[in-house]
Design a protein around this ligand. Structure first.
Ligand code: UD1
Length: 368
């Protein structure tokens, strides 16, 4: 019986792994779940387990905070011991957070094959830690599960073996489509704006919030947008601590709330007039829902959402950033976009491939 070891650590991992575990349950396999503890607040972690029906992790590492090297290193050391004891057939990771890279490195060094969900995304911006995590994780993975043709193209251009690249679709959309109706009613119960139109905001990228000058640029944008419609802003812990030290002058029309659970947040996304974000996953979710999205970054690793979806990039330090944001929020596609393969079935395709493939470590990149 094959034994799959899933690693999660940070908020965006949970909704990507949950449907894969669920689909693998219909096969005769063993599954183990390890939570690294990268995200540890109840609102950043526990609520997702509860709402998404993820099992309680078999192992919780409690590795929290620290610099990138400290966090990645401590997760690797802690995981290695468990990998040696569990000796799984595969380690399955998702996305681009530090826990993803740490798990892939620890597994690959023990010659345990790694399956990477959401492989092949590239912003080509190496000032972002996530880009380093993506490139490095893909390079040492054996099964590369992608959500779009452009991700396949990136991997093939880098020398990946097409036999190991599987365009399966988007597991985050599997979760979003499954919980869409439940999320809408969860938010309807708590909606502070009742039927009024509002914008939804999330920002947490170090490039946007870690320095006061960058944060002030964001504040200008949000304050101006809030003059059109009120803004609902669930605040990420990183943003919250930067906000406190930078004492940013936000308009009272920007309502700050604690990080929201999955259902409440994706319900808010369905109800709002537009999203302003620097998150990766929200670009995808809003595109699938057909909600205008402004991404406050100069680039994205999710170009498919700009090309086929509702996403517009605006660099926050552009002199006309406010106008560009307002214009993008007013843009509406005549119909909700349908991105190929984002159909709610990505995880069942992954499960089948994980059962049937005969790949071995090292297959994904052949000698040039
Ligand atoms: C991480 C990911 C980022 C992802 C984001 C989603 C990396 C490099 N970054 O960024 O790609 O978009 O998660 O949220 O992996 N903290 C808390 N409580 C928590 C979690 C974090 O207080 O539950 C604090 C940490 O102690 C730290 C700060 O927030 O001081 C940042 O956390 P960290 O996990 O290092 O990075 P994120 O900014 O959350």
């Amino acid at each position: 019986m094959k034994h799959f070891l899933h690693i999660v650590g940070a908020r965006p991992n949970f909704m990507k792994i949950a449907p894969v575990m669920e689909n693998l349950r219909s096969y005769e396999v063993r599954q183990t779940l390890i939570h690294t503890g990268q995200h540890y607040d109840a609102r950043m972690s526990d609520v997702f387990f509860r709402e998404l029906g993820l099992p309680v992790p078999d192992i919780y590492l409690d590795v929290r905070g620290g610099t990138h090297a400290e966090q990645t290193g401590r997760i690797m050391v802690a995981l290695e011991k468990h990998f040696l004891t569990i000796n799984p057939d595969w380690v399955i990771v998702a996305g681009d957070v530090n826990s993803t890279l740490a798990a892939a490195l620890a597994a690959a060094k023990l010659t345990i094959p790694v399956a990477h969900i959401e492989a092949g995304l590239r912003s080509f911006d190496f000032s972002m830690p996530e880009e380093i995590n993506r490139v490095a994780t893909d390079r040492i993975s054996t099964a590369l599960f992608t959500h779009s043709e452009e991700a396949d193209d990136n991997l093939i251009r880098e020398g990946a073996n097409p036999r190991c690249v599987f365009q399966v679709g988007n597991t985050m959309i599997d979760t979003l489509s499954k919980f869409q109706a439940e999320a809408a009613s969860a938010f309807a119960k708590s909606n502070p704006y009742c039927d009024d139109t509002f914008y939804l905001v999330t920002v947490h990228r170090p490039s946007n919030v870690d320095r006061r000058e960058s944060f002030l640029r964001l504040v200008d944008i949000l304050n101006d947008v809030a003059e059109i419609h009120p803004v609902l802003f669930p605040v990420h812990p990183r943003t919250s601590s930067c906000m406190q030290s930078a004492k940013v002058p936000l308009s009272p029309k920007v309502r700050l709330v604690e990080p929201m659970g999955y259902l409440e947040f994706t319900g808010a996304m369905q109800a709002c007039a537009g999203v302003i974000t620097d998150s990766g996953g929200i670009q995808e979710e809003s595109s699938w829902l057909g909600i205008p999205c402004v991404t406050l970054r100069p680039n994205t690793e999710r170009n498919v959402t700009v090309r086929l979806g509702t996403n517009t990039l605006v660099c926050p330090d552009h002199p006309d950033a406010v106008d560009k944001v307002i214009q993008a929020l007013n843009e509406r596609l005549s119909e909700v976009p349908r991105i190929p393969g984002w159909d709610g079935c990505a995880s069942s395709r992954i499960a089948q491939i994980m059962i049937e493939n005969d790949l071995s470590i090292g297959d994904a990149y052949l000698p040039l």
